[in-house]
Design a protein around this ligand. Structure first.
Ligand SMILES: Nc1ncnc2c1ncn2[C@@H]1O[C@H](COP(=O)(O)OP(=O)(O)OP(=O)(O)O)[C@@H](O)[C@H]1O
Ligand SMILES: [Mg+2]
Length: 260
């Protein structure tokens, strides 16, 4: 199963991605978590120890690798380079694994206007497509905030896109925009997760105002989430209510039919 997690900035995409990844891993699934945020922080959310994190480098910043595979130096615009570099060995070679979650950082490419025609752009695009075709049991993609990056290469092959919202009109507005873009590229399998929900009123608000996206679940607002961040430990270990909410979501996901 392959899921992309998106939503407005700061709504809890990384928190949810890490929780779901760990729930699946603890159920014995093979999990690949992919951090596609230009300022990556999924490693921290998953509790990867520092020694391991030091070995992890965003693929987009591996200049030598990019040059070796595409035939051109990163940063180059125009000129000749291959648009479909070899990438099949990358997930295994450049990922780190902790508590049965394998993690890969994509890094960022300056898309500069109408799509990036540069070696690092070709590399990431090919890698995304490869990841989405791989037979990993579970792939969790932590996307970056907003909507502008949503393109075929990133979401076409996911079983579902999970959109995280807070009980605010703004985050629901972003969810609506994401839905529209997703529909435009033919991705209709969307699920909504309401995060930072403080009471029944806020839950009802999300239920009533959701832009017609099936609700996968809710996570309560809990100050221990920030505490976990300060302590450098996963929310999964520190906040039982969020862990159980994520377990419930996985229970639901397991019952869904994602025939494409
Ligand atoms: N249920 C919750 N209760 C309280 N605080 C939360 C909850 N979920 C997330 N947070 C806090 O909200 C902040 C943003 O969370 P997170 O980094 O998961 O969001 P994000 O959507 O990935 O953000 P970004 O857009 O920056 O990538 C963090 O400080 C996190 O600790
Ligand atoms: Mg994030």
């Amino acid at each position: 199963m392959k899921f992309a997690v998106s939503g407005k900035g700061g709504v809890g995409k990384t928190t949810l991605t890490a929780l779901l990844a760990q729930v699946y891993a603890d159920l014995g699934k093979e999990v690949l978590a992919v951090d596609a945020d230009p300022s990556p922080c999924l490693a921290g959310a998953l509790g990867f120890p520092l020694e391991l994190r030091r070995q992890l480098h965003p693929i987009a910043e591996m200049d030598e690798l990019i040059e070796e595979r595409t035939g051109a130096k990163p940063g180059m615009v125009g000129g000749f380079f291959t648009l479909n570099p070899r990438v099949d060995d990358i997930p295994e070679r450049f990922s780190i694994t902790h508590r049965n979650v394998r993690l890969l950082e994509m890094g960022s490419v300056d898309m500069g206007g109408s799509g990036c025609i540069c070696p690092e752009g070709a590399m990431l695009k090919t890698l995304f497509t490869h990841l989405l075709f791989r037979k990993d049991e579970v792939l969790m993609l932590d996307m970056y905030a907003g909507v502008e990056h949503l393109g075929r290469a990133t979401v076409d092959f996911v079983d579902a896109m999970i959109i995280v919202v807070e009980p605010t009109r703004r985050s629901l507005g972003t969810a609506g925009q994401i839905k529209k873009l997703a529909m435009d590229i033919g991705l209709s399998r969307l699920l909504l997760v309401g995060n930072k929900v403080r009471n029944l009123e806020e839950k009802a608000f999300l239920e009533q105002e959701s832009p017609d996206i099936p609700i996968l679940g809710f996570m309560p607002a809990d100050l221990s989430v920030q505490e976990a961040d300060r302590m450098g430990i996963p929310v999964y270990d520190h906040v039982p209510d969020l862990k159980s909410a994520a377990q419930e979501m996985v229970g639901k996901l397991n019952k869904m039919d994602f025939e494409r």
